[in-house]
Design a protein around this ligand. Structure first.
Ligand code: PLP
Length: 421
């Protein structure tokens, strides 16, 4: 085989010369002006921009309060602290997530218990959550994988029946909604990330949303060393007085970051429209593929499309299938200039959890099987039509190269350099 069809990894012409990343922030002149204005103002850190951002975020999430913190991980940490867990308490977390979803449980001395996912959505499976409950279970963390809200109705029923707190890791799903209600308002409290790969960014940053004003006050104290924002009762002369009421942290988000985040949040509807448009292009391109399948979006959900994930057909019972591993396909696509990624390594497989919590391969078989097959395609608002077309062409080129008929696959999988069957 020669010319166009040859894979870049075998020395052929790549689909692109410059690699598309899987995610990228969109910063415009308005964002720059908002940040510049703060730099010459009286406040660099906690000032008027924090309060302004928190009001705008609470409005977007449909909650009474939003508390800005220094990262999504800090938001999750405070969300776990607010549960007042004790050693030995258990929190159910999805296995197929970023490490921080479980780290936050370990931070507070509790035990993360990993639940398996639904193979079609890769969202945590409420029935599996139920199977993992013990008398020590205190809370469930729902994670809106790729930007699609979890089955909050089912998770809410499990939580309610057993008197557990339902907490959301909504780091992927700002702007999504479930049964007409915005993410942020679907759990007792919800944690968001403002990392540049996420839907809107502050450089680094996070938010906790809640409808409970007392909880919001407590979180505001916890992000500031545990110092209460309510002034202690004193005779008015002692203006220096403050009270540390519990052990907190410096998890503040600066005014500089909040100015950027507020400016970005105003653009959220535009970002979401573009993300949804790109996801529709990918859906249309791969809907009929025998070699890869898009994830399923359930009815009643408005997706935020933080990620676009394809599942490779590595062992589909049919005539045509892929004669290569996800690793080979990943490398081939990177060589074509497409910055694919893998979200995520199941958390229970990380050495830390195996060593400290006794987890092992086999604990969450559906998450593990999914992990072997998933690839995230580039998806961010600034992608052009040509960029989207390059991704589609490259995925087709690589998958078709590795496609083989069942009989040939079992005889010998084509290695790099061999032509497709
Ligand atoms: C990004 C992410 C986090 C952590 O957010 P940071 O802002 O990077 O700390 C937590 N959970 C999930 C699912 C994430 O994707």
């Amino acid at each position: 085989m020669n010319g166009r069809g040859r894979l870049a990894i075998d020395g052929g012409e790549p689909v692109r010369r410059t690699r598309l990343p899987y995610a990228r922030q969109s910063i415009d002149a308005t964002d720059v002006a908002a940040v510049s204005a703060v730099l010459t103002s009286d406040w660099l850190t906690t000032g008027p921009e924090v309060a302004r951002f928190e009001r705008a975020f609470a409005a977007a999430a449909g909650t009474r309060a939003a508390v800005a913190v220094s990262s999504g991980t800090a938001a999750l940490h405070l969300a776990m602290l607010a549960l007042d867990l004790e050693p030995g308490d258990e929190v159910i977390v999805p296995s197929l997530s970023f490490a921080a979803t479980a780290s936050c449980v370990a931070y507070v001395g509790a035990r993360p218990v990993f639940a398996d996912v639904d193979p079609d959505t890769l969202l945590v499976d409420p029935a599996d959550v139920e199977r993992r409950l013990t008398p020590r279970t205190r809370a469930i963390v729902a994670m809106d994988y790729a930007g699609q809200p979890c089955d909050y109705a089912a998770l809410g029923r499990v939580a309610e029946r057993r008197g557990l707190a339902l907490v959301a890791d909504a780091c992927h799903s700002l702007g999504a909604s479930y049964a007409g209600r915005p993410v942020g308002s679907l759990a007792r409290w919800s944690a968001f990330s403002l990392h540049p790969a996420k839907v809107v960014t502050a450089g680094e940053g996070g938010v906790v949303t809640t409808d409970e004003p007392e909880l919001a006050e407590r979180l505001r104290a916890l992000r500031q060393h545990g110092i209460s924002t309510a002034r202690p009762a004193a005779d008015g002369q002692q203006g220096w007085l403050y009270e540390q009421v519990e052990l907190g942290f410096n998890y503040r988000l600066t005014d500089i970051q909040c100015a950027l985040a507020t400016s970005q949040l105003a653009r959220l509807p535009v970002f979401l429209d573009r993300r949804r448009e790109i996801a529709r292009c990918y859906d249309a391109a791969f809907a009929d593929s025998e070699l890869a399948r898009p994830l399923v979006t359930r009815a009643g959900c408005e997706h935020a499309h933080h990620l676009y994930v394809l599942r490779l057909e590595l062992d589909r019972p049919g005539f045509v299938q892929l004669g290569a591993s996800r690793g080979e396909i990943y490398e081939a696509l990177r060589a074509e200039g497409i910055g694919v990624q893998v979200h995520f390594i199941p958390i229970h497989l990380h050495p830390y959890y195996q060593r400290h919590f006794g987890t092992a391969p086999g604990d969450c078989p559906r998450a593990e099987a999914a992990y072997e097959r998933i690839l995230s395609l580039p998806l961010y608002p600034a992608m052009t039509e040509a960029d989207v077309g390059d991704v589609i062409r490259a995925v087709r080129k690589v998958l078709e190269h590795f496609a083989c008929s069942r009989s040939l696959c079992s005889a010998s999988a084509p290695g790099p350099g061999q032509s497709s069957a």
